[in-house]
Unconditional design. Structure first.
Length: 261
């Protein structure tokens, strides 16, 4: 008999492989994922977090209509199946957005650069902030896609699994707090994980998760909590139809709060 997905944990590589195939097929059928894209799963027995800055136990890459999903067997033992499903759903949804680059993009030189006088290191830092904001906005849209296909519960499990308190992060934040620009980058980066949690709470299914997220980030002062909440509100204004406009408004807010003093 199949395990109860609510109360079980993945215990073997074969179970991981079976569930991965099932969850990918389910997402693709519900989202009408383009059949022209070849999907492959590349499993790694051991987890090497030094492979690349983007490496994680579950991550995907899309190149020339070939989507490769990388899984680390070792790191995923013990994960709840629904958390795995939410993780795979988010990776697949983000890759689906990549298939429409003309829709989900912003022209940095034309839309962002005229808003702020910058050169040299400041230009590099602003690009970094905007990249984080763009990823956060895409995470919001991807989460909306997952919710729309009826997988909000798996999304809830995934973000509960991924949300953990970090002493190292708290210490790093306390060191960078006086430096406005670096603090802005930190918060724009933090927004990438907060946005889907806020979305789930906004639709009424994740009040406990949102409270837990804030408890894990209790080191953030009230003004930075308001900052993240406002970023979410700005991003949640029809981002699919107005992607670049939404991103510009988010950057304007970051600039007004932390880049100009």
């Amino acid at each position: 008999m199949e395990k109860n997905l609510d109360k079980s944990a993945i215990s073997t590589p074969s179970e991981l492989a079976k569930l991965t195939t099932r969850f990918i097929d389910q997402f693709c059928s519900r989202m009408a994922f383009p059949s022209t894209v070849d999907i492959q799963v590349n499993r790694h027995p051991k987890y090497d977090d030094h492979r690349s800055p983007q490496a994680s136990p579950v991550h995907a890459s899309l190149e020339n209509q070939k989507l490769t999903i990388h899984l680390c067997d070792e790191a995923l033992m013990g994960i709840p199946p629904l958390a795995l499903q939410g993780w795979l759903d988010m990776e697949l949804a983000r890759r689906q957005l990549e298939l429409e680059p003309s829709t989900y993009r912003v022209n940095f030189n034309r839309e962002i650069r005229p808003l702020f006088s910058m050169s040299g290191s400041s230009l590099h830092l602003v690009r970094h902030m905007v990249a984080h904001l763009e990823t956060g906005l895409k995470n919001l849209i991807a989460a909306q896609m997952v919710i729309e296909i009826g997988n909000s519960r798996s999304l809830l499990y995934y973000y509960t699994y991924k949300t953990n308190p970090s002493v190292e992060e708290m210490e790093n934040y306390q060191r960078l707090f006086p430096h406005q620009w670096i603090r802005a980058i930190f918060l724009c980066n933090k927004n990438k994980g907060f946005t889907p949690v806020a979305l789930l709470a906004d639709i009424g299914i994740a009040a406990e998760l949102e409270s837990y997220w804030w408890n894990c980030h209790a080191f953030l002062p009230p003004e930075d909590k308001r900052f993240l909440k406002t970023l979410f509100s700005l991003s949640n204004q029809n981002p699919v139809k107005h992607f670049s406009k939404t991103l510009v408004e988010m950057f304007k807010f970051v600039k007004s709060q932390l880049l100009i003093r």
